[in-house]
Write a protein that binds this ligand. Structure first.
Ligand code: GRF
Length: 193
């Protein structure tokens, strides 16, 4: 019998961690081809770290101020990723811009979820900017990460309508539901390869 070999995921977060939790929920299904081997945060207070710990997953935090510079901070994170044996590195609300040293190291294995239909609305406040621009459709994107912020190759997107009375919060909630499904699905597809 062929063993069920699951790809290992490192998930990087900075806060709430709802996308990380969605990935974790997907991995509970026996036929899901991936499992989380480590959750890493730059913020020791990140709620997602608690969620990971409660599920028995290795969770580590690397506070930027504990390191002399960006390079040594990233180096420590890379060492943890490498020690975990992760095949795929998933940014899920990780709020730091990564250097090209980092993105080159994991070229083709580093993905991110962004709350807009890229290439529209790179960066922050995407929901309010979509409303202000009068967009009729908005959504989320999973993409490979390179040294350009939110500029790597698009893997997949999910679309939601923008409603007349939407606020940034109502639109964000509608998009978040799709983010969770999209990230689960993209990881499933990549892990099967
Ligand atoms: C999500 O909207 C994600 O697309 C963006 O940051 C948010 C993180 O939310 N990059 P959570 O921490 O996964 O709940």
């Amino acid at each position: 019998m062929v063993a069920n070999i699951r790809k290992k995921l490192a998930v990087l977060i900075s806060g709430r961690g709802s996308n990380m939790e969605a990935i974790l929920n997907a991995t509970r299904f026996k036929d899901y081809p991936a499992k989380i081997c480590i959750v890493i945060s730059d913020n020791p207070e990140a709620k997602g770290l608690e969620t990971a710990i409660k599920s028995g997953i290795e969770a580590r935090s690397f506070k930027r101020n504990d390191y002399q510079d960006k390079a040594s901070h990233e180096q420590a994170i890379m060492e943890a990723i490498n020690a975990s044996g992760a095949d795929l590195i998933c940014l899920a609300g990780y709020m730091r811009i990564l250097s090209s040293d980092f993105t080159d190291t994991y070229d083709g294995r580093l993905i991110n979820i962004h709350p807009s239909l890229l290439p529209k609305f790179k960066g922050l406040n995407t929901h309010q900017r979509a409303i202000t621009a009068g967009e009729k459709e908005h959504g989320c994107t999973v993409h490979y990460v390179n040294s350009q912020m939110d500029g790597g190759k698009i893997i997949s997107q999910a679309v939601v309508p923008v409603l007349e009375d939407d606020t940034a919060d109502t639109l964000a909630s509608r998009v978040l539901i799709e983010e969770h499904k999209l990230y689960q699905e993209v990881i499933r597809n990549l892990a099967k390869q």
